[in-house]
Design a protein around this ligand. Structure first.
Ligand code: FES
Length: 120
């Protein structure tokens, strides 16, 4: 049979065919798109979160761990899914929130240069 096509909507997003039953996180990696996954795919961080645009029925059912985390983060609408938990069962299009995609550059070092501005 045909492999499911997964599309990640994002400025650097990718789309392509992947093996059945991969998680969205694994599918992203396969397609060369590095979806965030701060907790390592353990349903405890939501940085892998995506918004389902099409084909929500082609993702695995939300299990207890995923629902629990989504509820805690007030992401209860059905289009929110965790990329590390949702498995690809058919064609699907998901949007990756850009705010979750800021590269982890020197977020803390930005303040360093502001010292010693001549004030006593
Ligand atoms: Fe942390 Fe998915 S990677 S919840």
């Amino acid at each position: 049979g045909r492999m499911p096509r997964v599309s990640f909507l994002h400025p650097q997003g990718r789309s392509g065919e992947v093996e059945l039953n991969l998680t969205l996180l694994e599918a992203a990696k396969t397609l060369g798109f590095e979806l965030n996954h701060d907790c390592g795919g353990n349903a405890s961080c939501t940085t892998c979160r995506v918004e389902v645009q099409m084909g929500g029925d082609n993702l695995s059912e939300i299990d207890f761990d995923e629902q629990d985390l989504l509820d805690r983060e007030a992401l209860s609408e059905p289009w929110h899914r965790l990329g590390c938990q949702a498995r690809v069962l058919g064609d699907v299009v998901v949007r990756v929130p850009e705010t979750k995609w800021v590269q982890p550059t020197s977020a803390s070092s930005g303040e360093v240069g502001k010292r010693g501005t001549g004030l006593p």
